[in-house]
Design a protein around this ligand. Structure first.
Ligand code: MN
Length: 251
């Protein structure tokens, strides 16, 4: 009886833990739709020794802050953007050919997403669980996990100039894709929105120069191998599959 009670208590506890993790990822993910400088959900020094507290403070508090405040300044003089989500602001700015709005809004989204895609070093979520959906899909589409990591790292290292590397799910082909974009560009702005970003890596020098100077490959290796938050990538993948289910059902 005591053993059974203990078992039930443990089962309830693990349910509560997994539910609260999913809920907090959902809450964090929802914040992407708002043009706000959200605090990091981990301490500034949590990525050390791979990315320093100094880099994180300058990157989040100065660079990301500036993109967000620039975008807000533009909105304060153009109310046609004021009731839109951040994603809608980006798409409208592209349609309007409003380059300043587009660059600052997209950089706000890209950075907010990047902070969620990386997380504390030496955390269990730095590797994907082999029974997770995203791990199985990576094996299906890339062959092996090491091959995927090598393709992602090459995408960062071979990108010319500033930009972002992405792992996205293509809603048309139902396959994962690794791409890179220049400057503020983002997969959400391509085609008819068929690419859903699941993971990004910042390729701007401000992301790594203080820690690695010109050796971008060392930064890439640290992020790819030590800092990705695979729980969040898995969450995004699941959310995308739920969306696909709705599309299929309505066809
Ligand atoms: Mn950046």
């Amino acid at each position: 009886m005591i053993a059974l009670s203990l078992f039930l208590l443990l089962a309830l506890f693990s349910l509560l833990v997994s539910t609260s993790t999913a809920e907090s990822l959902e809450e964090l993910d929802k914040l992407l739709s708002k043009l706000e400088l959200v605090d990091l959900n981990y301490p500034y020094n949590a990525l050390e020794p791979h990315i320093s507290e100094r880099t994180m403070r300058i990157h989040h508090d100065k660079h990301h802050m500036k993109y967000t405040s620039n975008a807000k300044d533009i909105i304060s003089s153009d109310s046609s953007y004021s009731s839109l989500t951040l994603e809608e602001i980006m798409l409208k700015a592209k349609a309007d050919n409003n380059v300043a709005m587009l660059n600052n809004a997209a950089q706000s989204w890209n950075h907010a997403f990047y902070w969620l895609c990386i997380g504390p070093a030496s955390s269990p979520s730095n590797s994907p669980r082999e029974d997770s959906g995203i791990y199985k899909k990576i094996i299906e589409d890339f062959g092996t996990f090491d091959k995927f990591k090598s393709i992602l790292a090459s995408s960062v290292n071979s990108h010319f100039g500033s930009g972002w590397a992405w792992l996205s799910f293509n809603k048309d082909t139902r396959k994962l894709e690794v791409t890179s974009t220049s400057n503020a560009d983002c997969p959400l702005l391509h085609g008819h929105g068929e690419l859903v970003p699941l993971l990004t890596i910042d390729i701007w020098e401000h992301a790594y120069y203080l820690d690695y100077q010109n050796v971008r490959a060392s930064y890439t290796s640290a992020v790819v191998n030590e800092l990705i938050n695979w729980d969040y990538v898995e969450f995004r993948f699941h959310k995308t599959l739920e969306l696909i289910y709705v599309i299929d059902r309505d066809l």
